[in-house]
Write a protein that binds this ligand. Structure first.
Ligand SMILES: C[S@@+](CC[C@H](N)C(=O)[O-])C[C@H]1O[C@@H](n2cnc3c(N)ncnc32)[C@H](O)[C@@H]1O
Length: 260
């Protein structure tokens, strides 16, 4: 019988997550798989959250030059240890300060709304936005901000995407990830289906677009496709405190590489 992984968020789970994250950033075969969307090793990331796919995918997808992290998903010491040396300079924009700021590593922090970015046009070579756009136009109280919902989430998302594109230089790249699968609205974020992902591409109107879908099941994370992952359900922590597949959060993500 297979041995159950350590309980999600336990110290043992966190240690396993750290080791796997390090391998995903540093092992050439894993980085190559993330770079070209080829299959991950069997059993990759059992009981692990979507960041174990999204962040190595960002690293493998050409996070170069002057980089904007829109939403602050890179703002972790063990992620920055890998990302910071590969970029010319890194700017993080999010709504509110977080527990850690790595200013001694010369990372710039700006607290602003993605829908109204305080940067000039064409400033960045790469704009990264990891699991953030699903919060735009939703209830952001848990991030310390109220009253930012605006009109409809789709309209607010289009405003943010237009801004992200505006600050990306011609020939530059947007690296965007969002939770994918059966569409859902959990109040503070939503899950995107195929049509919603296609709307992201339509709004950005890139010269080149590649979308890679990754899906989670009891065997871990694996490359999938928009149809095969269409029924992926985000784990509801209250309704499903002990999921049989050990999924911490998302059960699929869409990773978009958009060259403008
Ligand atoms: C990527 S997550 C949390 C980041 C956290 N450091 C992590 O790694 O999980 C979502 C982030 O998006 C930010 N966010 C949501 N809506 C935003 C908006 N309209 N403008 C800027 N940031 C936004 C939230 O403040 C939150 O920090």
């Amino acid at each position: 019988m297979a041995i159950a992984p350590p309980a999600i968020w336990s110290p043992q789970w966190a240690a396993q997550r750290s080791a796997l994250q390090h391998a995903a950033f540093t092992e050439p075969l894993l980085q190559a798989a993330f770079a070209d969307g080829s299959p991950l090793p069997p059993g990759y990331g059992v009981a692990m959250d979507e960041r174990l796919v999204e962040l190595p995918w960002v690293h493998a997808s050409g996070c170069r030059g002057r980089v904007l992290d829109a939403g602050s998903a890179l703002n972790h010491a063990e992620v920055l240890a890998h990302v910071a040396p590969t970029v010319a300079d890194l700017h993080i924009v999010t709504l509110e300060p977080e527990a850690h700021a790595f200013t001694s590593a010369r990372i710039s922090y700006v607290f602003a709304d993605l829908r109204e970015l305080p940067y000039k046009d064409d400033l960045f070579d790469t704009v990264v936005s990891v699991s953030t756009l699903e919060h735009v136009g939703m209830d952001n109280q848990r991030y310390g901000v109220e009253g930012l919902q605006g009109t409809t989430p789709d309209h607010e998302l289009a405003l943010a995407l237009t801004e992200l594109r505006r600050v990306t230089r011609p020939g530059g790249t947007l690296l965007i990830t969002v939770p994918y699968g059966r569409p859902d609205d959990l109040g503070w974020f939503r899950v995107f289906d195929r049509a919603a992902v296609e709307r992201i591409v339509d709004v950005v109107a890139p010269a080149e677009a590649t979308t890679t879908i990754y899906r989670y099941d009891i065997e871990g994370w694996q490359v999938s496709d928009p149809d095969a992952a269409a029924d992926a359900v985000y784990r509801d922590h209250e309704a499903d405190p002990h999921p049989a597949d050990f999924a911490p959060n998302a059960r699929a993500v869409a990773c978009l590489r958009l060259t403008v």
